[in-house]
Design a binder for this molecule. Structure first.
Ligand code: 9MR
Length: 395
């Protein structure tokens, strides 16, 4: 009788223990393939994001866009509605509506928001560029206008933005003239190089709690660290900003890639993230997409042409995500749109045509890249992938 009771109790205890940890053939959760990207990313305390096109988000005839944006992602970026030309189309008249709607969407779906963008040479309102051209706005006035813009925008969204892209795409490319990398564009021309430090200081004064980022493209891997190496130039610039006490908290690497290029591997991408985080900075991939040439064969539906491109695209998404997972200060991995139905790529690269850049096809079917990202999130962990280190805003 006693033995019977002991055996019975042991069976019950075992059953209890096994209940807590479900008995699985491979000690894995068999539902993993059906979980969302955001659920899987949360294991690493990593945010997974997308740029959001507000016109599409509001389009009731296209409900899948909204559903996927809400269910798969834990952070969102305004693709266009936080840019200066949208926020202040007429001098002194702010149009907060579309951006506020995105903030509202994010709040409802428990998503963080990346603010994009405070200082950039593109998508500036005509009143500003024309005023500078016709001389009604001089450089001293321009500096005040920039300061007021940053202050007004950051204050409006105070407490609602996790990371701000404070300065975007300030650094030239090797194909620019001169080919040695330099600060390019409207703001550097008119205000000199000091505008970058100023912008971070003004943003910090307006919101002490947002993380402040420098953001750029083609900085995913180091080159020869010479005068034409944009990644090296950007790293050196970030180092100098840190050394001068500028309140910069992170560097965003956009991650606009193409399968027709040589590209790089996860170790090369990680080397750059580690270099930035060794400066005490957070990192993020902020605009990932991997486009392909739309050859005649691709457009005709020839699988011999399509398959290698879809596979190469998936591989490149994976390279960036693996690097991000391995760098504990890489806080977020954001894709620049998630469906080929609504991607900036075909509109921008038309001669020759490019496309196929996102995680889902035009019919919202997940592509190989989607499952590559999912597998990276699911099948990674210690010792080389550890949870994120929280970044504190620098004063
Ligand atoms: O995706 C954006 C597209 O809808 C706009 O027409 C374009 C205008 O410049 O900007 C695109 O987003 C860019 C982002 O703001 C900064 N990095 C490059 C992105 C792709 O061009």
């Amino acid at each position: 009788m006693k033995r019977f009771l002991i055996v019975g109790a042991t069976v019950l205890m075992l059953a209890g223990a096994l209940n807590a940890v479900p008995v699985l053939a491979n000690d894995r959760d068999p539902t993993v393939a059906g979980q969302s990207l955001r659920t899987l990313a949360a294991r690493h305390n990593l945010a997974i994001g997308t740029a959001v096109d507000m016109d599409v988000l509001k389009d009731t005839t296209d409900p899948q866009y909204r559903a996927i944006a809400a269910s798969q992602f834990s952070t969102v970026t305004a693709e266009n509605v936080m840019k200066w030309e949208v926020l202040e189309p007429t001098r002194g008249v702010y149009n907060w509506g579309p951006a506020d709607e995105l903030i509202d969407f994010a709040r409802k779906n428990k998503q963080k928001v990346r603010g994009h963008v405070l200082v950039w040479q593109n998508q500036l309102p005509a009143w500003l560029t024309q005023g500078v051209t016709d001389g009604t706005i001089n450089d001293t006035q321009l500096r005040t206008i920039l300061r007021n813009h940053i202050t007004a925008v950051v204050k409006h969204f105070k407490g609602k933005i996790w990371q701000w892209d404070v300065v975007n795409e300030a650094v030239s490319d090797p194909w620019d003239s001169p080919s040695s990398i330099h600060l390019k564009g409207f703001w550097a021309q008119h205000l000199g190089p000091g505008y970058i430090a100023d912008a971070f200081r003004w943003a910090r004064a307006a919101d002490p709690d947002a993380l402040l980022f420098y953001n750029d493209y083609n900085i995913e891997a180091f080159g020869d660290r010479g005068p034409s190496d944009k990644t090296w130039y950007t790293y050196t610039m970030a180092k100098q900003l840190r050394a001068s006490g500028v309140p910069i908290d992170g560097v965003g690497s956009q991650g606009h890639l193409g399968t027709q290029y040589g590209n790089f591997d996860a170790f090369q991408a990680l080397e750059v993230l580690d270099a930035f985080s060794d400066l005490g900075l957070a990192t993020a991939f902020t605009e990932v997409d991997v486009r392909s040439l739309m050859t005649d064969g691709v457009r005709a539906g020839d699988s011999n042409e399509i398959n290698p491109r879809l596979q190469a695209s998936a591989e490149n998404y994976s390279v960036l995500l693996q690097a991000c997972l391995a760098n504990r200060r890489c806080l977020s991995y954001t894709v620049w749109g998630f469906t080929d139905k609504h991607s900036w790529v075909p509109g921008w690269f038309s001669d020759p045509p490019e496309g196929l850049a996102t995680l889902y096809d035009e019919f919202y079917q997940p592509k190989r890249a989607y499952n590559a990202v999912k597998a990276d999130l699911a099948f990674s962990g210690p010792p080389h992938v550890l949870p994120r280190v929280t970044q504190k805003p620098r004063r």
